[in-house]
Write a new protein. Structure first.
Length: 367
């Protein structure tokens, strides 16, 4: 079986990395992936093809710049030359194009819903849904948001398949050195993801400020692509609180295993509805004490006080209090860290995601 993944993003992010991780797991099940991507901020498509050539064939494209006819011709040629069996589209923006390809080549289309946004119910989107063969929702939150907008006759197309981590991608790489500060006995607290305003990183910074005098060893490590405007706001806040010696911006980290191995606590302070929260699973797998908000699907991953913490309400004070508890009670949180690892291995691995997705593929192709 061959699957065409259409990834259409302006920058390389977690969703795009997830597609490649999924392709890795599909490969183990003898499912070949052809991945059509736009040039990205982290690496261009030519570099991506080199890095991921063992996972699947990566085809450089410029879908954002092509008009509809040119994009259609480009992808139709890819499908015919590669012998594609299923189109897996990871962006709603490309759904119409995928449906046109389906009608032309009689190939089923599967749409992945990665974001926790309410489905649209206007006549155009209702028609789009009737043309899709399946809609994969990465959490119950996403599933319920989509179901609310669908006609009863179309709800059978929804499938709940949780995201999952690729454990081997979290292995440490001794040849890659993180630019960590030269500190004696630091207590590292980490965040990984987009450095955007709705991620609540300013609350995390303010919590560090609240604790820095009593616990001078605490240090915040921020890994991810910065938002230029918000980056300036963060730097202004850090300067105003005199936190320059307590915060390090690592930028994009290629080997996340090296990042997590240095942490004592991981925090996802998101203020926006998270469709899933793959970084939570990565931290939990790495046996890091994990703290997050109740803003989205996080409660589907973490059971509070069992394998992590979900703070509600979440603010600089409640977060600071939880960090202080972790600093002072290392033995009490050890069992939570161990349980977190077990939770991820039982429920949130990419192999499980791939197996569930293959079942959907087979049902579609058997029709």
């Amino acid at each position: 079986m061959k699957v065409l993944h259409i990834v259409c993003a302006k920058v390389w992010g977690g969703g795009e990395q997830y597609v490649f991780d999924l392709a890795t797991s599909l490969k183990k099940q003898n499912i070949d992936s052809i991945i059509d991507i736009k040039n990205t901020g982290k690496m261009d498509a030519a570099e991506a093809a080199q890095v991921f050539k063992s996972v699947g064939k990566v085809i450089p494209t410029t879908l954002y710049k092509l008009n509809g006819l040119m994009a259609f011709s480009h992808l139709k040629k890819v499908i015919q030359e590669e012998g594609i069996d299923i189109i897996n589209v990871h962006s709603g923006k490309m759904a119409l194009l995928s449906i046109l390809l389906k009608k032309s080549l009689h190939i089923p289309v599967v749409l992945f819903k990665h974001s926790a946004t309410k489905g649209k119910s206007d006549s155009y989107h209702k028609w789009l849904i009737t043309q899709l063969d399946a809609i994969i929702c990465i959490s119950n939150l996403v599933y319920n948001l989509q179901k609310a907008s669908l006609e009863i006759s179309q709800q059978h197309k929804l499938h709940l398949i949780y995201n999952g981590i690729l454990p081997e991608r979290l292995n440490e790489n001794p040849n890659e050195i993180l630019p960590l500060p030269n500190l004696d006995n630091p207590f590292y607290i980490g965040y990984a993801g987009r450095l955007a305003k709705n991620k609540g990183i300013d609350l995390l910074v303010k919590s560090i400020n609240h604790l820095k005098t009593k616990y001078p060893q605490i240090h915040l490590l921020l890994a991810g692509m910065p938002d230029k405007k918000y980056d300036r706001e963060l730097m202004k806040l850090i300067h105003a609180k005199q936190l320059e010696s307590h915060v390090t911006f690592l930028g994009l980290v290629n080997n996340m295993g090296n990042f997590y191995k240095n942490l004592q606590i991981f925090v996802l302070p998101s203020q926006v509805k998270e469709g899933f929260g793959l970084v939570l699973c990565e931290a939990m797998y790495s046996k890091i004490y994990t703290i997050t908000t109740n803003s989205g699907a996080q409660s589907e991953i973490i059971t509070d006080k069992v394998d992590g913490r979900i703070l509600d309400p979440f603010n600089k004070t409640t977060l600071a209090n939880e960090i202080e508890f972790a600093i002072n009670h290392p033995e009490e949180i050890n069992h939570i860290k161990e349980q977190a690892h077990l939770t991820v291995m039982a429920k949130f691995t990419n192999d499980k995601t791939a197996n569930n997705l293959i079942s959907v593929y087979k049902k579609i192709l058997a029709k």
